[in-house]
Write a protein that binds this ligand. Sequence first.
Ligand code: AN7
Length: 351
Amino acid sequence: MPDARSLMDRYASYLPITDRTPRLTLGEGNTPLVRARALERETGIPEIWLKVEGQNPTGSFKDRGMVIAVAKALEQGARMVLCASTGNTAASAAAYAARAGMSCTVVLPAGQVAAGKLAQAIAHGARVVAVRGPFDAALAVVRALAEQGEATLVNSVNPDRLEGQKTAAFEICEALGEAPDALFIPVGNAGNITAYWKGFVEAARSGMARQRPRMYGYQAEGAAPLVSGKPVAEPQTLATAIRVGNPASWKGAVMARDESGGAIDSVSDDEILDAYSFLARCEGVFAEPASAAAIAGLRKRVRENGLGSAKRVVCVLTGNGMKDPDRARSLAGDIAEVEATPDAVRAALSS
Ligand code: AN7
């Protein structure tokens, strides 16, 4: 029986909330762990689980942190939230602000946000501005605006965001009865890998788990500052969610990697696309391209280094495939349009 209580209520003692914090919820968290049998057969790893974060209310993991950040902003009397975003943070902020009766402003990298995410921000009534430049430029702008004004910044530089996001690690430990041996996760601004590691450390400390997983983070090759060790001025990748050149949580990602004995590596856009198709066609799970970087990373790790004694692995699928319909549509050519007769349809299918 799934726990029907809200994320905030389930993990209240682990979160920075009080009796006065508004109990905001859209039903976030409690996402499924789905066994990845096709990937197990391919890699030879005995147990692989997908944490399907695309099933959150706005279709990404951002909702776990956003519900806490917006509730705290409301508690503190703020009327407005503000964020920079590659898309999912904007969609989530817009939805939770609408729920809380607050206004929301989002600043996006022009031309680099997937259609579904932009549609969500608009539908929830956010004010949207696009800036010329990558996500990093947009983040610099909102940081400056937040310092001057009354709007609360809800990017992952807001610590309440990471506190909420760490709850995914708790759910994994509870569902498996133990932390996995290894966790594979995409990395952009590096908030999520930082939050997961914090969650696993707390889970081990509180007796929810006996061990902590090795953390394996994956960036896209054209946007891999944590791999090269220096910021990337013009990040490039088709996985627009992780098109980030100078991650705000750089130190947190390095700490997660080093304390866990894991690694941060990069995968090519071709490897990302291949993993994206594989997930959708062979596992029946539709995740967005950035999420597929975790799967591409697992495949690469198994191919090049092996996974040592790791028997049980969790891959975090951070966002829903429907966020980026244009990418999916590009996988096929024109769709045949024919007369509405069985013969015409049969002919089209066999041509
Ligand atoms: C699907 O929405 O940064 O390493 O502005 O949307 O915590 O940044 C999104 C990031 C992975 C990377 N997968 O997480 C934003 C934004 C998906 C994402 C990431 C994002 P972080």
